[in-house]
Design a protein around this ligand. Structure first.
Ligand SMILES: [Mg+2]
Length: 178
């Protein structure tokens, strides 16, 4: 039996963020990551020597994700840069990633810009989608258009993934198997 996909957003669930840079959640480590796309954006906005992007990551999240009965997939604007920069810091192997045809576009039904593409990408496989920006209308649209079970898990971007989120993912995988 194939395992469900775990479609992983980065900013929010794995890399929490808040208004203040001094409020790092417990257990996280601070990294400076030389992200190519970030550097290009900084240079384009006139910053001459941009510092590498600051990212908070939890070193136990990689092992905890690998212990879940899912096939992990990056579903993030980081795209292939998640493998390059984040996977080694999290203790994850190289993972497949969703290569978005476009990002941050508007949607005629007000859906999140990822929603339709993730359903197409999953191609009928059960999936859990972990993201800090999922709205009830995304969950409803997925339920109506995806032919297999799907879980949407909205994570608080201030805290990132917490033990209750991992428990919910494990429970859902267990229940959707039976
Ligand atoms: Mg996010």
């Amino acid at each position: 039996m194939t395992r469900p996909l775990l479609l992983l957003d980065v900013d929010g669930p794995l890399a929490p963020y808040v208004g203040s840079p001094y409020r790092r959640p417990d257990g996280y480590l601070t990294h400076r990551v030389p992200v190519r796309s970030w550097r290009e954006r900084q240079l384009a906005s006139g910053i001459r020597n941009p510092r590498p992007l600051r990212v908070w990551l939890h070193p136990e999240h990689g092992p905890a994700l690998l212990a879940l009965p899912y096939d992990l997939v990056w579903a993030t604007t980081w795209k292939d840069e998640a493998n390059q920069h984040l996977a080694p810091l999290l203790g994850l192997p190289e993972l497949p990633y969703v290569d978005w045809p476009s990002m941050h576009h508007g949607d005629p039904e007000g859906l999140h810009w990822k929603t339709r593409h993730l359903v197409a990408w999953a191609a009928g496989r059960p999936f859990a989608w972990v993201d800090d920006e999922i709205q009830p209308r995304d969950t409803a649209w997925i339920a109506a258009h995806h032919p297999a079970p799907a879980l949407t898990l909205t994570v608080d971007h201030r805290y990132g993934l917490r033990p209750g989120d991992f428990a919910a993912l494990a429970d859902w995988a267990e229940r959707s198997r039976s």
